[in-house]
Design a protein around this ligand. Structure first.
Ligand code: PHE
Length: 340
């Protein structure tokens, strides 16, 4: 029996010396200390058969064997765990010499760039900014602006209806009525936002586009103020040599009304392909606010007068950035957007 103990110890020594990994050590533990078939376990089982007078001696030798093997195994296991830990730490440590990852920045959409630029020009002239609602009632989009229920001009603004009285605004002129109804003049307001018309998508048109509306109501406002404001506006948005020309036009909510052309920003009035050789480009609609519109909002038209104008932001962006197709603005192609 003492021989077996010594042999087991020798076998253990050889195996321990050969164990190279944590897995080897684990296999070793099972081989010697496993409950089923472990060598040490088996020796303890044999103790029963040892004659009584030798039991003490053999028992002590066995206990010694178990304690000594256990201690050596534990030592190796601990060392291997520490090693593994150190290896893990080395793998996950931060290399401060690596170059950083540059975050990619987004940029503003061309329509946002132009909208902000226009808002800034008018903020400098003491206009307040109010975008107004896109879902609107018939009163604010039409009736309050002098479009009677059967007014033919309603046909020119093919409307998306959400209900008998509710619609998507066809222009930003709704903000005129909304502002003038709830406060007393004077007013200087600029409103920019989305508008909707039942149009097919073409090179120049889209069922959703963007408009800017500006209006100024005070005592003694006249057409000269309108002209001066628009000239300043156009020269700031395009170039300082931009010429502005007024043509008589018609809107139900302005009288007199005008359509405004600017000298072509591409050929500076000489005539080119973009302006159809005319040297001019149509850019906005405007006029003096109709006295009936003022009265609709409870404003005394004998005391107060005002002008209003409206234009497409998309069109300004297309001209400014030389885009021939309005869809370019709405497709969100990153190759386009990254240029801004
Ligand atoms: N609302 C008009 C349009 O959409 C533009 C306009 C605004 C005309 C203000 C006159 C005054 O066509």
């Amino acid at each position: 029996m003492l021989d077996s103990i010594r042999k087991t110890e020798q076998e253990f020594d050889v195996a321990l010396a050969a164990a190279a990994s944590h897995a080897d050590l684990e296999a070793l533990r099972v081989r010697f200390f496993g409950r089923k078939g472990g060598a040490v376990h088996a020796l303890f089982a044999e103790l029963k058969a040892v004659p009584a007078e030798r039991k003490k001696e053999v028992g002590e030798a066995l206990n010694q064997l178990r304690d000594s093997l256990e201690a050596r195994l534990r030592e190796k296991l601990d060392a291997s765990a520490a090693e593994e830990n150190a290896r893990k730490q080395a793998r996950s440590s931060i290399d401060v010499t690596l170059p950083g990852r540059t975050p990619s920045f987004g940029s503003l959409h061309p329509i946002t760039i132009v909208r902000r630029e226009i808002e800034q020009i008018f903020r400098e002239m003491a206009y307040s900014i109010d975008p107004g609602p896109e879902v609107e009632t018939d009163w604010y989009n039409f009736e309050g602006l002098n479009f009677t229920p059967d007014h033919p001009a309603r046909d020119t603004q093919d409307t998306f209806y959400l209900g008998p009285e509710l619609l998507l605004r066809t222009h930003t002129s709704n903000v005129q009525i909304r502002t003038m109804e709830k406060a007393a003049p004077p007013f200087k307001v600029l409103s920019a936002g989305r508008v909707y018309r039942r149009d097919e998508i073409t090179l120049r048109r889209s069922p959703m586009f963007h408009q800017v509306e500006g209006f100024f109501v005070d005592r003694g406002v006249h057409f000269g103020h309108l002209r001066g404001t628009l000239e300043h506006f156009m020269r700031r948005v395009f170039s300082p040599d931009t010429e502005v020309r007024f043509r008589p036009s018609y809107f139900p909510f302005t009288e007199p009304s005008a359509e405004v052309d600017i000298s072509c920003p591409f050929c500076h009035g000489k005539g080119c392909g973009t302006c159809s050789k005319t040297g001019w480009m149509e850019i906005l609609g405007c006029g003096m606010i109709h006295p009936q519109v003022l009265r609709n909002c409870g404003i005394d038209a004998n005391e107060w007068s005002g002008f209003a104008f409206g234009l497409g932001i998309d069109r300004v962006a297309m001209i400014k950035f030389g885009m021939p197709n309005i869809r370019t603005l709405f497709e969100n192609d990153l190759r386009v957007l990254r240029q801004f």
